[in-house]
Design a binder for this molecule. Structure first.
Ligand code: FE
Length: 337
């Protein structure tokens, strides 16, 4: 009995003194998969001595977890892979404003929330992939063009449940209005070569295989396929077209991160965010995941640069989150599976 009490007291004493003795740390909830974030986090720890505790999972599950954990949430930083998701987290009040000149100087205004609740860590363009033997890129200037009868039975695109499509449609709602965006979604639905299936890479493969002539996909999937010896031959048959070059520019999406409202390690989380937008981290992302750096001061990888330079839509990507529910409704209305 005596020993038990002693044991309990020791445990309590350790628990009480732990915060003083604990190593500096930061807790990260990440929808970005481990292989695409862990090496950077390890470098951060090496450079700063701040330990990073990483929990990876699906965006929606992590957001739901933070919401139910409330002020008891251990999360200091949430990393998501789409503007729509990071915007959803923000609308649920899961973030706090971050006051950092490094962040506001490194991340252009169009790819961070206007209230500095979250910041892009990388950018990607959602482009039109096409088969050069069957399509003249001059015939598809804009996303809007895909609604024309000329494209009947020729389009491959993934399901409407996919957040990248929701964000693209949100941008069309913003630029063209809900009515025009609904007509567009309905026409593209009718022009599909097959019902929506598979991920972005599957759409590129379908274009190569002749199932369809064009597809809507994110740029980095081309990078992933072209740098993989097993998929390169397929991706090489398909080309990248940046739409809307004569007007607003190609639709841009981001991976982004914000500091949790109930973060216990705000300074460490801020330091980590600043590290993730540093030129060093940005160059790593550009090389490994074939995305565009947030700042044009950092060059994309040679492979990504080979797609050509383009005009990007400078719509603030927080709008994609704000219009997400509208986009989902439009997809449901037109029966885009
Ligand atoms: Fe992706």
């Amino acid at each position: 009995m005596k020993q038990q009490i002693f044991g309990a007291l020791t445990a309590a004493a350790i628990a009480l003194s732990a915060p003083l003795a604990a190593a500096a740390e930061v807790n990260v909830y990440s929808a970005r998969k481990e292989s695409l974030i862990k090496p950077l986090l390890d470098t951060f720890t090496e450079q700063t001595g701040i330990e990073v505790n990483l929990l990876t999972g699906d965006s929606n599950a992590l957001i739901e977890r933070m919401r139910t954990e409330g002020r008891n949430s251990p999360a200091d930083l949430l990393i998501t892979v789409d503007a729509g998701r990071v915007g959803l987290a923000d609308s649920l009040g899961l973030f706090q404003p971050v006051d950092s000149e490094i962040l506001t100087n490194s991340v252009p205004a169009s790819v961070r929330s206007p209230n500095n609740h979250w910041f892009a860590l990388s950018r990607r363009a959602r482009i039109i992939a096409y088969h050069p033997d069957r399509v003249d890129a001059a015939d598809l200037p804009d996303y809007e063009t895909l609604a024309s009868d000329d494209w009947a039975g020729r389009i491959c695109v993934r399901s409407s449940g996919n957040i990248y499509n929701q964000s693209l449609l949100a941008s069309l709602i913003h630029h063209n209005g809900a009515e025009a965006a609904t007509e567009w979604a309905s026409a593209v639905r009718k022009n599909m070569a097959r019902s929506p299936q598979g991920n972005d890479r599957a759409q590129i493969r379908a274009v190569a295989a002749g199932e369809c002539d064009v597809a809507i996909v994110n740029t980095y999937y081309f990078g992933i396929m072209l740098s993989d010896p097993e998929q390169r031959g397929i991706a090489e048959q398909v080309k990248v077209h940046f739409p809307n070059q004569a007007n607003r520019g190609t639709h841009i999406n981001v991976s982004g991160a914000g500091i949790a409202k109930h973060a216990k390690n705000v300074d460490n989380a801020t330091a980590l965010l600043e590290f993730l937008v540093s030129s060093e981290s940005q160059a790593w992302y550009a090389e490994v995941n074939h995305e565009y750096p947030v700042s044009s001061n950092v060059m994309p990888s040679e492979l990504v640069a080979s797609f050509g330079s383009f005009k990007a839509d400078d719509l603030n990507v927080s709008v994609l989150g704000e219009l997400n529910a509208d986009a989902v409704r439009v997809f449901d209305t037109v029966g885009w599976e």
